[in-house]
Design a protein around this ligand. Sequence first.
Ligand code: GUN
Length: 285
Amino acid sequence: MAPVLIDGKKISAQIKEEVKEEVLLLQQRGVAPCLAVIQVGDDPASSIYVRNKRKACEYTGIRFVDYLLPEDTDQRTLLARIQSLNEDASVHGILVQLPLPEGIDEKTVARAILPSKDVDGFHPANAGALFLGEKGFISCTPAGILQLLNRSGIEIEGKECVVLGRSNNVGKPMAALLLQENGTVTITHSRTRNLREVTRRADILVVAVGKPRLVDDTYMKEGAVVIDVGIHRNEDNKLCGDVDFEKVAPKCSAITPVPGGVGPMTVAMLMKNCVKAAEEAAGCR
Ligand code: GUN
């Protein structure tokens, strides 16, 4: 049977509609939700991501302010900019676009953002809260994947969930979220022995390895749900994921395409986090 294509474009559009309504309600209470984005240097991929965030803000009614700092900006200058945004009560969410130029430490930057404005969920206080099952901001890509599963009617409870990749921003928070949803969770990575034996146990396989089309049908069992976090350009300049879609899709029960799967969800969840930050700042939560 043909697999269900999990439509990230459609589900992200629904979420942005919900955000739009929440923004209107906040505006009626005199609160104008606002996201500040800082980009250091003009890496073309980062510029595209920032443009997408701006467009989503414009669509949902969230005020968007951006700061494009030169490539040779030093860490002190960046931290000072973050500090002034921390102190600016009209700004609810702060995001520093990654990657940062050499010489700027991502961990120091993540710690500089007030946890209550950390809409990326990268501050240790938010990352830790997720692992403890406490309130906080959840990293947008894993939060988006959870929405894709929930809104596609895919149950997590009791399922074998295997996450391929252990990054701080995707793999680890994804595993924590699946665990919170009562999945039986395994994290695999480049040093995992007999990797296929593990991934073939998965009812739900989340692939976030950052390697184009690494995962083919030998990594999965028949009927698994496969979520592809990767986005790359192949030899023909076409977009592809970490999963070899042509080989994997025929054996799945459901799969996210690239593009149009996980990608659009990240920005949608960022919008959700901005509204949440504004609601909390205004005492509506
Ligand atoms: N660069 C690529 N994805 C992201 C993201 O989700 N957040 C930030 N801050 N930078 C990114």
